[in-house]
Design a protein around this ligand. Structure first.
Ligand code: HEC
Length: 271
């Protein structure tokens, strides 16, 4: 079942990554090997995608992080080749931009457009899950790559269907006590609290907003009906609490999704 040459190549390539990524890599590798080992018989030549990738990207560990996930989802095995090799697809500075990081914009260029495996690989990388996986990759706990704007554009409007007008009102009345949440009130809000426009400019703004009630300082004063636990009897909310239904929460998300992100210039690092 297992092509032995492949196992050797894979283990050899991973030596450096073992040190850098530790257990996660090992686990991914096991899953990867398993997935490839049991993959149904698709036409062999379409199941392997030859990917030319710059050393910088290989050494970052990103591909080791991504490729097992690609394989699990698409049943496609990706073989990494040196840049400039005769490959089905290349990552580098040419082609369609995919993500940014290590001081560069990384793009995808397809050499074999009719190759089914290549098509699947590209689709996965362009998908929201693919982009999210890229941005999930961390070195020593620090995010390295960020999505380029196309994924945000495709997310917008589809993800949040709440009542944005209601969201505006709620953002002002509830969140506006600390955050600047509307553009014509720059002086309201508390100075050290990030404005909604700054938060909106972060790649993972949607995750932050969808989980804000669990992120400090909000749990101390926020109740979402059917979601959060009641405040602890001995630790009531120190301020007039924020109480929202899920519908109202959705409305805020819709409002925020439509905000014009602040121009942050260089990528901003927050904790
Ligand atoms: C009492 C003040 C206060 C209120 C009210 C408040 N926030 Fe915040 N919020 C903060 C502070 C302070 C931070 C920054 C926390 C940090 O940087 O660690 C923050 C951060 C955030 C973040 C980023 C969280 C992160 O860790 O990335 C989001 C999203 C957010 N708030 C959403 C909201 C929403 C939505 C509301 C209204 C429903 C709201 N906040 C109401 C004080 C408040």
């Amino acid at each position: 079942m297992f092509p032995p040459t492949f196992v050797c190549v894979f283990v050899d390539r991973t030596n450096a990554a073992f040190l850098a990524l530790g257990m996660r890599t090992i686990l991914s590798m096991v899953i990867f090997c398993f997935a490839v080992g049991i993959a149904p018989t698709v036409k062999a030549d379409e199941r392997t995608v030859r990917l030319a990738a710059p050393n910088e990207l290989v050494e970052s560990g990103l591909l080791k992080f991504l490729l097992p996930r690609v394989s699990l989802k698409t049943q496609v095995r990706v073989e990494i080749l040196d840049p400039g090799s005769d490959a089905d697809v290349a990552l580098g500075s040419e082609g369609r931009p995919l993500f940014e990081g290590l001081g560069e914009t990384w793009s995808i260029q397809i050499a074999s457009p009719n190759h089914a495996g290549t098509q699947k690989f590209e689709d996965w990388l362009m998908s929201e899950v693919g982009q999210r996986t890229v941005t999930d990759f961390k070195i020593d706990g620090v995010q390295v790559f960020s999505a380029v704007s196309f994924s945000e554009e495709t997310n917008e409007g589809t993800a949040f269907e709440g009542d944005a007008a209601l969201g505006l009102k709620l953002s002002v009345s509830h969140c506006g006590r600390c955050h600047v949440s509307v553009s014509d009130q720059p002086m309201l809000g508390i100075g050290s609290t990030p404005s909604f426009f700054v938060l909106r400019a972060l790649d993972d703004w949607d995750i932050r907003f969808q989980t804000f009630y669990a992120l400090n300082p909000h749990p101390a004063f926020t109740q979402i009906k059917d979601v959060t636990e009641p405040f602890h009897a001995e630790r009531p909310s120190p301020i007039v609490p924020i109480e929202l239904t899920l519908e109202e929460f959705d409305a805020i998300l819709s409002y925020v999704s439509a905000l014009e992100p602040a121009d942050l210039g260089a990528p901003l690092k927050t904790q």
